[in-house]
Design a protein around this ligand. Structure first.
Ligand code: PLP
Length: 398
């Protein structure tokens, strides 16, 4: 294959800046090593076996996934250490996990007595024992048993331990509240430090509760934390013999405009951009311009978060991640990005613009292919992994 350059790519396209990607991978690996935890990155961010292989080469112990589709795709691609960080409910899902358990060391999460009973009955009937982590809610309020609900923590852990089809291997949490931004009077960095400490201390507290109930032994229970903002500010510590054993950030490979707004990284750390083309333009009647890009909701997603401006950050000089002055992606249609530019614009029809997305994790499922670039040159193409043929054939018969 001859060299390919940015101006030859179709648009919209997802670009990964190789230098920034490698820097992000190494920096997070170093953070994990410094704090004495294993790094098990969440691959939902990129869904790319090529990228996950790089993460393992740099030192990741395995991968985290969010869906059975992802588990199937990555096991099919040869990954053998797979954690499904999601409350995994339903015989249809367990049926699909069974063959994966033959080929990979697989674990998944549970957080209710009903699901624990159903999972145990399914695996015990087939003479299997599934490796399970009890999910703990350390303040996000989503799934998981609340860290301060000792009665339910003990009840669920005991039920798993007494279940013939399950083996309790650890506790797992995700501090999604890190995405809420600072409380009043707090700096963004102090907010990230606070939530990182909360995530760690509340998970350690849950482990101690289980220890006091005779259900957990320090050194034998995996304690898994993880989000990108908290991973940047995570420090480990010991509580009655327990320490955090792993972290599972996902977004850090790319970062995005949300992470920049949260103070979790700088714009220069953002490795992923969406390449779009100017397809139309018109004056706004007030001295400014509407510049229409061929990247809309189906390329950038409509996600907005704490501190984001519009629907992504358009760049003037992608090499230095310099923002396009006076420009804001103010609206999105499905296939149109409505970029408003105050004052004049030099952008012409057909010009290409790179945009740092608000939420990088939504770009992979939307665009399904990454172009890895060094400067203006495309050095590799990575496809997003598809669910296995088994999953697709089941879906197509429904
Ligand atoms: C359970 C779980 N673990 C880990 C992560 C990774 O967090 P981040 O996207 O902040 O890197 C997520 C993200 O949604 C998650 O839901």
């Amino acid at each position: 294959m001859g060299s390919r350059f940015l101006e030859q790519l179709p648009t919209p396209a997802a670009l990964i800046d190789r230098t920034r990607l490698l820097k992000n991978l190494r920096a997070m690996q170093q953070r994990a090593a410094q704090e004495g935890v294993a790094l098990r990155p969440h691959v939902k961010t990129h869904k790319s076996p090529d990228l996950a292989r790089l993460q393992q080469e740099v030192g990741a112990v395995g991968i985290t996934v969010a869906t059975v589709d992802e588990a199937e795709a990555f096991v099919a691609a040869g990954f053998t250490e797979v954690r499904l960080a999601y409350p995994t409910v339903g015989a249809d899902r367990y049926e699909r996990l069974l063959p994966l358990m033959e080929r990979a060391r697989l674990s998944f999460c549970l957080d209710t007595p009903e699901a624990i009973r159903e999972a145990s009955a399914f695996f015990a009937e087939r003479g299997r024992q599934a490796r399970v982590l009890l999910e703990v809610d350390t303040g996000f309020g989503r799934t998981g048993v609340r860290w301060d609900d000792a009665r339910h923590l003990v009840a669920c852990a005991r039920l798993i331990q007494e279940s013939p089809g399950l083996r309790l291997i650890g506790l797992l949490t995700h501090a999604g509240q890190a995405y809420h931004g600072p409380q009043s009077g707090e700096s963004p960095i102090d907010a990230l430090r606070r939530v990182a400490a909360e995530e760690r201390d509340r998970l350690l507290a849950a482990a101690v509760v289980l220890h006091q109930a005779g259900l957990a032994t320090p050194g034998q229970l995996e304690l898994s934390v993880g989000s990108t903002p908290t991973a940047h500010y995570f420090t480990n510590r010991t509580e009655q013999g327990f320490r955090i054993t792993e972290m599972r950030p996902g977004n850090y490979v790319f970062h995005d405009a949300m992470q920049v707004a949260l103070g979790s990284c700088t714009l220069d750390d953002c490795a992923l951009t969406v390449l779009a083309r100017v397809v139309s333009r018109k004056p706004d009647g007030r001295g400014g311009w509407w510049v229409f890009l061929d990247a809309g909701k189906k390329a950038l997603s409509t996600d907005q978060g704490y501190g984001t401006q519009g629907y992504g950050l358009p760049l003037y000089r992608p090499a230095s991640r310099t923002p396009l002055p006076h420009a804001r992606i103010a609206r999105l249609s499905e296939e149109h990005g409505w970029m408003h530019v105050r004052g004049g614009t030099t952008l012409q029809i057909g010009d290409r613009v790179q945009i740092v997305p608000n939420h990088a994790c939504l770009v992979a499922p939307l665009l399904r292919r990454f172009y890895v670039v060094e400067g203006d040159e495309v050095v590799a193409e990575w496809a997003v992994a598809e669910a296995s043929s088994v999953a697709r054939s089941v879906a197509s018969t429904c």
